[in-house]
Design a protein around this ligand. Structure first.
Ligand code: CA
Length: 507
């Protein structure tokens, strides 16, 4: 029988519909502690990340992506659940994630997606909701990592950043059911402390001085006491384990002579010959940042391997690639390393996405988005209805260049881990496009930053008469957000709450 033109037209339409409806694959590449300042697409003046930059050139870069609680395990729990820490239960790093609760991978699995989780998990309990998982134990080492799997521990020889990519590629090529769409999380340990570079990059940046950030010598004036009283300065708190050396490198001839004369680890003079003051800070800064960036070089190179594979396998066209980190990081800003604060460098996180045919190549987004939105976004991308109890918003409209009229105008933040590593006081706060109000609630002290006039957050303007009206507005907005997100009044550990109640009864 000869096909009629009408039949051919109908067939073409049906074929087109099938092609459009083909479910999208998602490759989520995630780093640990990757500062946006260490990505050239974000304007780094210290390193180049050509493969991450490719995502910006071919996709979208988010300039205002933030987290809800700037620390490793809590951030991962927020991403899995789409809920703030006080609801998903993961307030601090020391806690164990309740894998029995609703997570987006479980919902994707139910709707026919194949899910895989490879690399750094860091939530103590085993991954749930994944068809395939192979994860580092806790923080995991930079070399020869033992990895947990449903079938027991596997030990693999090599550099962890390369290995995580090897396993990701292996699953994409041989492990998955090629008739089903996939969602894969490829999560690096790098560039987490203590920054051990891979063999290929050990000598990169040798013989050059990297630029220092403007605020490396912050004096912590004009703020409350917490900024000055932490334990995360490059000057005083990096250990010899972090620096992997005790001896200084770039010395003046006089310093070198003094050093050589004294060099004897058993000799007391050795201690006296150590660099001091600003010379010591400069040396430690270079040593620290170079090792950190060498770890990034490896991450970037491995992202290139994944992008190349997508191209070669023909998967690139129908796979969205998203890159992000569990939070931002201090590369010497305010004199610090580490994270935790609601100040910009740790509050923000990198976020880039490439979605061929949908995201306008080279587009830049300045809307307020948060890691609270990732679960809702992943579900939306995969055509799965988002549960009502998730607290974020899908950023899919933003990816399509269509900002919803009612998109949020403020963000809520809450950090809980005190007492704890690096001694950062508990705080919560609100950030709008232009201002940030922070409450250190155990001290009952406030800070307010005018981000347009003071982008480095060096001068709190809280209490200044000209900011009184704005402060009142921001406090109301903070109260609205705390109500919206169902934040309990008392977020101290339960044991401490009980003690207070007992004391009150005694009175
Ligand atoms: Ca982290």
């Amino acid at each position: 029988m000869k096909s009629s033109p009408i039949f051919l037209f109908a067939f073409a339409l049906a074929f087109q519909a099938t092609a459009v409806a083909k479910p999208l694959n998602v490759l989520f590449i995630f780093a640990d502690d990757h500062a946006y300042q260490a990505i050239s697409a974000y304007g780094s003046n210290r390193n180049k990340t050509p493969n991450i930059d490719r995502l910006a050139e071919e996709g979208m870069i988010f300039h205002r992506a933030f987290v809800t609680n700037s620390i490793c395990a809590p951030s991962r729990a927020v991403i899995l659940t789409g809920k703030h820490s006080h609801l998903n239960g993961q307030l601090t790093n020391g806690m164990r994630f309740d894998g029995g609760q609703q997570t987006f991978p479980k919902l994707l699995q139910k709707s026919g997606y194949q899910t895989a989780m490879i690399g750094k998990w860091h939530l103590k309990s085993d991954p749930t909701g994944f068809d395939f998982w192979q994860v580092l134990q806790g923080q995991g080492p930079y070399y020869n990592p033992p990895m947990n799997t449903p079938d027991g521990v596997k030990r693999i020889t090599g550099y962890t950043t390369d290995i995580i990519t090897d396993i990701t590629l292996d699953w994409l090529e041989k492990g998955r059911d090629k008739d089903k769409p996939f969602f894969i999380m490829s999560q690096h340990k790098a560039p987490h402390r203590n920054w051990q570079p891979g063999p290929k990059h050990l000598n990169k940046y040798d013989g050059i001085d990297l630029p220092e950030p403007e605020t490396l010598r912050d004096d912590y004036n004009n703020r409350l006491s917490p900024a000055a009283n932490q334990t995360m300065t490059i000057t005083s708190h990096l250990s010899s384990n972090d620096l992997k050396l005790r001896a200084p490198g770039n010395l003046t001839p006089e310093q070198k002579a003094k050093w050589n004369a004294a060099y004897d680890p058993k000799n007391k003079a050795f201690e006296e010959a150590k660099l001091e003051g600003d010379e010591l800070l400069k040396w430690k800064y270079q040593r620290y940042v170079k090792d950190y960036l060498r770890c990034i070089d490896s991450v970037d190179e491995n992202i290139g391997r994944l992008l190349d594979y997508l191209d070669k396998s023909g998967l690139a066209e129908n796979t969205i690639v998203i890159y992000s980190s569990d939070q931002g990081w201090y590369l010497g800003e305010h004199g610090w390393y580490d994270k935790r604060w609601m100040y910009e460098e740790s509050f923000r996180t990198p976020l880039l996405a490439r979605w061929p045919g949908v995201i306008e190549p080279g587009s830049e987004n300045h809307d307020l988005v948060q890691n609270l939105d990732y679960a809702e976004t992943f579900l939306d991308l995969c055509g799965v209805k988002r549960p009502k109890d998730m607290q974020g918003e899908s950023i899919v409209p933003l990816l399509k260049g269509k900002k919803p009229k009612d998109w949020r105008e403020s963000l809520y933040y809450h950090y809980y881990e005190f007492p704890g590593a690096h001694s950062v006081r508990r705080h919560y706060g609100v950030r709008t496009e232009t201002h940030k109000l922070i409450h250190f609630y155990n001290l009952d002290g406030w800070e307010l930053y005018d981000l347009e006039k003071d982008p480095n957050e060096l001068n709190s303007v809280y209490g200044k008469p000209e900011y009184a009206a704005l402060t009142k507005e921001l406090k109301e907005e903070l109260a609205r957000l705390r109500k919206l997100y169902q934040v309990p009044e008392d977020t101290r550990p339960v044991s401490r709450q009980k003690k207070t109640k007992k004391n009150q009864k005694k009175k």
